[in-house]
Design a protein around this ligand. Structure first.
Ligand SMILES: O=C(O)CCC(=O)C(=O)O
Ligand SMILES: [Fe+2]
Length: 342
């Protein structure tokens, strides 16, 4: 039997210490260390999560192909010099059938870390203001709103683990969170691959459904996901059962990333999730809340946590992120900043 996905009102997390805040801390930690997914409501910025406001960001998909091609990254167009930020096109033979853009902190903060020698700190290629009037402001507002939610959840997680609430704060000043916009079109029946094969299709509630987002865990700390009203997201619970994560306006689906799993020595577990095709195009807006590139991740004083060798966030992230199909072919372009202890 599935545990189900808890729906948590996190309003009290934005206020002072109170019994309501303690209860919300506990609910978040229980979701984090249990099923690994939750939906949240009641946060500042939840008004951005209406169909109309999401559409302000998703307008980017209406750009002509040639304009999207201007934003491509190096592994899809090697005349470009951006490797990590920018556009990823549809890849017809990949299980994940999606296109979109990855944006960094420079969309929201003028003083965002920029390092010409580190692709994790590169500038995001963006459409011109004249092409999409108001779009850049909408992206900046959304990015900053999600950072606030991520920061508040991070403090709740610290308290839930019986750690000082500012335990993680310094690591996230100058963080390199990613705002991603995704479009999953309907798959062409005459696709370049046999979609009935076991890698591409599953039976869900008696129906054969094509997979359009391959199962994975996210690499960051927490992911705040706006699903734009269309179903398809599923999380794998601890019993191995795939459960639907229903979309709802004004809410975000939250899952916990592999960084948090490692950092807490396994107290929090990153959850596998995937996307199965609905009967229409699907859009989603994940925000991956992440620390600074040079954050040194060391074991926390948490009972029952597995010990680990300290590591730099940027080194870990590059290794993890470059395994995803939209990042293929770039792993060799960034060397770890710290040699592994042998
Ligand atoms: O589109 C979705 O709902 C999920 C996207 C996702 O899991 C990801 O981009 O990591
Ligand atoms: Fe994901």
């Amino acid at each position: 039997m599935s545990e189900g996905i808890p729906a948590i009102d996190i309003k009290a997390l934005f206020g002072p210490a109170s019994p309501e805040r303690d209860a919300a801390d506990q609910a978040v930690l229980q979701a984090a260390s249990g099923v690994g997914f939750m939906t949240i409501a009641g946060f500042p910025g939840s008004d951005l999560l209406t169909g109309e406001n999401r559409a302000r960001l998703l307008r980017i998909f209406s750009l002509p192909d040639a304009r999207k091609a201007d934003l491509l990254r190096w592994n899809f167009d090697n005349t470009k010099s951006n490797f990590y930020r920018g556009w990823f096109p549809l890849q017809p033979t990949a299980v994940s059938y999606k296109e979109g853009i990855d944006m960094g902190p420079d969309v929201a903060h003028e003083d965002a870390a920029f390092d010409p020698n580190d692709p994790l700190c590169e500038a995001t290629p963006l459409p011109n203001e004249a092409e999409l009037p108001g779009w850049r402001d909408a992206a900046a507002d959304y990015y900053r709103a999600m950072e606030k939610v991520g920061n508040t959840l991070m403090r709740a997680i610290a308290r839930g683990l019986d750690l000082p609430q500012d335990t993680f704060d310094a690591y996230f000043k100058g963080g390199i969170s990613t705002l991603r916009l995704i479009r999953y079109p309907l798959r062409d029946a005459k696709a370049a691959v046999d979609l009935s094969g076991p890698d591409y299709s599953v039976v869900h509630k008696g129906e054969t459904r094509t997979i359009i987002g391959k199962e994975h865990v996210d690499s960051g700390f927490v992911t705040l996901l706006a699903q734009d009203g269309v179903e398809g997201l599923q999380a794998k619970d601890h019993g191995g059962e795939w459960i639907d994560v229903p979309p709802a306006d004004g809410t975000l689906a939250v899952n916990f990333g592999q960084l948090l799993e490692r950092w807490t020595g396994g107290r929090v577990r990153a959850t596998l999730h995937r996307v199965i095709a609905p009967n229409r195009a699907r859009y989603s807006i994940p925000f991956f809340y992440e620390p600074r590139v040079d954050a040194e991740i060391t074991p926390l004083p948490v009972p029952g946590a597995n010990p680990f060798e300290p590591f730099l966030y940027g080194d870990y992230l590059w290794e993890a992120a470059t395994n995803f199909v939209e990042m293929r072919g770039i792993k060799h372009l960034r060397k770890p900043r710290r040699a592994k202890a042998s």
